[in-house]
Design a protein around this ligand. Structure first.
Ligand code: ZN
Length: 431
């Protein structure tokens, strides 16, 4: 099949006007000008999208589809700890059937908004076998043992059994304030054995900083009250607390050669948030040779009014940054286009093309799929989306060229018109 489009945005070179992509099976076999592609693949059926832009499917690097049904249920609260209390109260009202419906509804919505791959955290890995995702899905079990002290290893092992029904899976120790050092260590043991990805929430709120660094604040008080052992508080920032745990778990095999490598995290870690960092944290990140990925969730960040995200600094340190939606308990929909717009509002100096990378090439890299997904390139998997694009005269196109295409993509605020996963067309992703 040849898909012809007004512009093919490959994320692998400049956009191609009057371009075409040849697809065979689940793969892209050629990409270029329509005039050339149609000559080289003259027997192929042509699908004409002449008023549209064709681009790689978007990749959501962090979400929790469990909570799709909590959209609009939790008003903006002053404190992150109060939000945790509120979501716990909402979760207590939900049945297994509610969660299955919520996850399915989330998948349908993400697909409508052009997402073709998703890193989804679930607190219920036992539900994975009951769900058929319409898009490429990395299932991460969200692991918490704060209410089951001493059972970290069991919590992880039980989840791993359930995760194995998924094609792609990883582990998500929730956060250093809800997952014990033992739970993190067990995740590291399994991850090394199975060569899997890990993700965790880290340094999200100032209350998390107060808890670990100063042994005070509302999160400290709340967790102490529910019986968490608070002996690890009053010493470290959340980042140093986390790196200490991860480094210790790998110390026997991978003792860092120098302090510069001391982070201990591998490129198989996707660290979510990193809003609250001290100067010493930045020094540690700057000096580290470890290249993990950071997932930023712009609208969830805005909802909680967290400290400004230090995008420029992470870029200087060579850290891969990608975007996620987080859950609808702190966001209004699952559109990555809307995430890009909020990011652009906060960082007007970052080009639209760089922003689009954060939901294509960068998130593919975070999920270790940079050699098969996130670009339109011969040999890559055919995960593609199409969106309507305004018609410009040739001279306007020449003058404004790529910027206008990328700006139009980021400005797109409707369901996508077409979506293809692995060469298979999602007939009509729009409702
Ligand atoms: Zn999250």
């Amino acid at each position: 099949m040849i898909i012809r489009a007004r512009v093919v945005v490959t994320m692998d070179g400049p956009p191609i006007e009057n371009g075409a992509v040849a697809v065979s099976g689940d793969r892209i076999v050629d990409v270029g000008k329509f005039s050339e592609i149609s000559k080289q693949h003259s027997t192929e059926e042509v699908v004409n999208l002449d008023d549209q832009a064709l681009l790689p499917g978007l990749i959501n690097a962090h979400c929790h589809l469990d909570y799709t049904c909590l959209r609009g249920k939790i008003p903006r609260l002053e404190s992150f700890t109060d939000w945790i209390r509120a979501i716990n109260a909402e979760k207590a009202k939900l049945s297994v059937a509610d969660y299955v419906a919520s996850i399915n509804e989330g998948f349908a919505e993400a697909t409508r908004f052009g997402t073709t791959m998703i890193a989804n955290l679930t607190a219920f890995p036992e539900l994975i076998s009951r769900i058929e995702p319409p898009i490429r899905t990395w299932w991460f079990a969200e692991l918490i043992d704060v209410r089951n002290p001493g059972l970290g290893k069991e919590v992880v092992d039980l989840a791993v059994e359930k995760l194995k029904s998924a094609e792609h899976w990883g582990l998500a120790p929730h956060a250093p304030f809800t997952a014990s050092a033992n739970l993190y260590r067990r995740c590291e043991e399994i991850a090394r054995r199975e060569d899997i990805l890990r993700t965790t929430h880290l340094a999200e709120s100032h209350e998390e900083m107060s808890m670990f660094r100063d042994a005070s604040g509302s999160l400290y008080d709340f967790l102490k009250q529910i019986g968490r052992d608070m002996a690890d508080c009053g010493r470290n920032t959340p980042l140093s607390q986390f790196t200490e745990i991860v480094r210790d778990s790998s110390a026997s095999r991978l003792r860092p050669a120098t302090a510069r490598q001391a982070l201990g995290m591998t490129d198989r870690w996707m660290v979510v948030h990193l809003n609250e960092l001290t100067e010493s944290d930045f020094d540690m990140l700057k000096g580290s040779t470890t290249k993990f990925s950071i997932v930023h969730c712009p609208r969830s960040h805005e909802y909680f009014e967290h400290s400004p995200f230090q995008f420029e600094k992470f870029g200087e340190f060579g850290i891969n940054v990608c975007l996620g939606t987080d859950s609808l308990a702190s966001n209004e929909d699952l559109s990555l286009f809307a995430e890009m717009r909020v990011f652009q509002k906060k960082f007007p100096n970052v080009s639209a093309e760089e922003i689009l990378k954060m939901v294509t090439t960068n998130s593919a890299r975070a999920l270790r799929q940079e050699n098969s997904l996130g670009r339109i390139r011969s040999g890559f998997v055919a995960d593609l989306i199409a969106i309507p694009i305004a018609r410009h005269s040739e001279s306007v196109l020449r003058r404004t060229r790529s910027t206008s295409v990328f700006e139009q993509i980021i400005g797109f605020a409707r369901p996508v018109s077409r979506s293809m996963i692995g060469g298979g067309v999602q007939a009509n992703p729009s409702p």
